[in-house]
Design a protein around this ligand. Structure first.
Ligand code: 1GP
Length: 242
């Protein structure tokens, strides 16, 4: 019998259906040294992480391919690209979050980069997961806002964030990513996660500024299906140790 492979998107959907919460560790190739990767992977393998995201707003060094090769050798966790632009596509990963920056009004991040990326992606076996990406104001200017030249949505304007997430779902996005930005002072407000999760059906990713294990749990309790941890793990590889 032929082995049935289940896609990463299906796994996320099934987890949501079963109430199982997911956790991604984000590795930004610009912020890690290749010589530390073995140790980081060991810590990730010992942690509750279910996914590894790789990417950043700007990736300037060229270790992306090598990083992914090492990850594929040393972990069985799915490696998902979380790219800032089409230069960050590696065919060696398992999947890519195909992002549209729905909170902004910069056409480059709404459609231009996607048009540039499509023919590149067609030449790979990457699973493409369309993701509505919504940047929320978080107390400081984040790299995403700076690089994309867009404004985040106000933390107070829950109606606008909800309408944006709903539009993302109606446009056919398969996931919604509520992002406070890497190293954000304030994570996405819990009442916002709650409202969105109660009013859309697709899984919700939440990331940015989550600094401790309690913060992860709070995001889950509010309705996040998958939480992303980047900076806190970058700063302390023992972050997940009990
Ligand atoms: C950033 O959501 C991710 O795009 C993770 O943010 O680095 O603040 O954990 P942190």
């Amino acid at each position: 019998m032929q082995e049935q492979t289940i896609t990463i998107r299906q796994q996320i959907l099934e987890a949501k259906g079963n109430g199982q919460k997911l956790l991604a560790v984000l590795l930004d190739p610009d912020k890690i040294l290749l010589e530390n990767v073995a140790h980081l992977i060991q810590k990730i393998n010992e942690s509750p992480a279910t996914h590894i995201f790789v990417g950043g707003s700007i990736v300037q060094n060229n270790i992306l391919e090598e990083l992914i090769l090492i990850l594929k050798q040393k972990t069985t966790l799915p490696v998902v690209l979380f790219p800032g632009d089409p230069s960050q596509i590696s065919p060696k990963a398992d999947a890519i979050l195909f992002l549209s920056l729905l909170s902004g009004r910069n056409p480059d991040y709404l459609i231009e980069y996607q048009v540039q990326a499509a023919p590149i992606l067609k030449r790979t076996n990457l699973e493409v997961i369309s993701t509505g990406y919504i940047l929320i104001e978080s107390g400081n200017e984040t790299a995403v806002a700076r690089v994309s030249k867009t404004k985040p949505l106000s933390r107070e304007n829950l109606d606008l964030v909800l309408a944006t997430a709903q539009a993302g779902q109606m446009l056919g996005n398969q996931l919604i990513y509520l992002e406070a930005g890497s190293g954000a002072k304030q994570p996405v407000p819990l009442e916002m996660i709650k409202l969105i999760s109660q009013n859309i059906e697709i899984p919700i990713i939440v990331g940015g500024g989550i600094a401790d294990l309690k913060g992860i749990q709070k995001a889950y309790n509010a309705g996040a299906d998958l939480v992303v941890i980047g900076t806190a793990f970058e700063n302390n590889s023992h972050f997940f140790d009990l």
